[in-house]
Design a protein around this ligand. Sequence first.
Ligand code: NDP
Length: 395
Amino acid sequence: MKALIIGAGGVGTVVTQKIAANPVFTEVMLASRTKSKCDAIAATIGGGRVQTAQVDADSVPELSNLFRAFKPDIVVNVALPYQDLTIMDACLECGVNYLDTANYEPKDEAHFEYSWQWAYQDRFKAKGLTAILGCGFDPGVTAIFTAYAAKHHFDEIHYLDIVDCNAGNHGMAFATNFNPEINIREVTQKGRYYENGKWVVTEPHEIHKGLHYPEIGERESYVIYHEELESLVKNYPTIKRARFWMTFGQEYLTHLRVIQNIGMARIDPIIYNGVEIVPIQFLKAVLPDPKSLGANYHGKTSIGCRIKGIKDGKERTYYIYNNCDHEQAFKETGTQAVSFTTGVPAALGASMWAKGLWRGAGVFNVEEFDPDPFLAELGPQGLPWHELFDVDLEV
Ligand code: NDP
């Protein structure tokens, strides 16, 4: 099987290392906008195992030329969400299977929904190709955890709270853990959660409370919108309420408020010295590169699902989670835990497809596949997970 990875950022670094180490992939290529970044990642792996190429993933003709030359069986898209549709178009044109970790977003609107990618369902089906959407940690493992809970522990899931805590400290006054532009667009939008068949919209960070995370302790956690909620409430219609909580420190929120108040989070172009610039893209250029945070990052992330529902007529609670240590992630891959927790599942999802364990013609969210073979390998790949039964979920 031949795998083509697109995007040579923090996540791409981990995906390339994991795919290169997996013998199911006979040939591996890493392509991105800046070829030198691909070459640097390939050099750390060595042995000529990873080929590299330059590609502008906004251009379907450029992508198609590359696909025709390398002939990948599957493309792992870890560039930016803006490129999802062009890469899917090129996959359809050249008969290639597809996997990503973040849903499509138009550049001029911070709007998160699957409609654009779900609209490819008939075309992928007609070509007999598989498109796997949202196979990072969240979205990704969080939806696979939910599928595992539904398969093994619940007859009906009623309440789902996905909790994402980063208790790590990188020593910088302000930095984002993945692409700053995508991250700031995500966390500054209005909150949104699902309740009794409807979406409830809140002001940004309006709902918050202290939640306790295993081996970490209490952290203030905020309800924000996150894309896996959309597919999970569709695929598990017994869900009465679904929310997503993320922890933020006061210092981070203060910086975020200032960034917004002074207009640096704007995504519309402005003219500066006769040149058109987008403030948030300029901000990205001056903020620390998330990839560079790893060397001094201490502490852990803890991401999981807190679920309440019915099993054999009785109410039960269930908490499934992974803790990932920034230092350990850096030791293994040279990146911090957020890149690691995203890259490992993306590479594993591609492996599930390559081994024929996750297949189908059409567009799929990860919870539609069998969670068992994926979760059996997730621990050995570096992300062990744990279960707690009948505990206080706090939510
Ligand atoms: P980075 O910004 O570090 O890396 C993105 C890479 O994509 C860069 O190498 C960049 O090139 C390349 N790229 C951008 N535009 C193009 C283009 N037009 N053509 C070709 N290459 C391009 O981001 P991260 O690694 O932090 O994140 C990667 C993806 O992972 C994002 O989509 C993010 O949303 C997703 N993510 C998902 C998570 C999950 O749990 N599901 C969590 C965290 C991230 P260049 O180097 O030239 O800038």
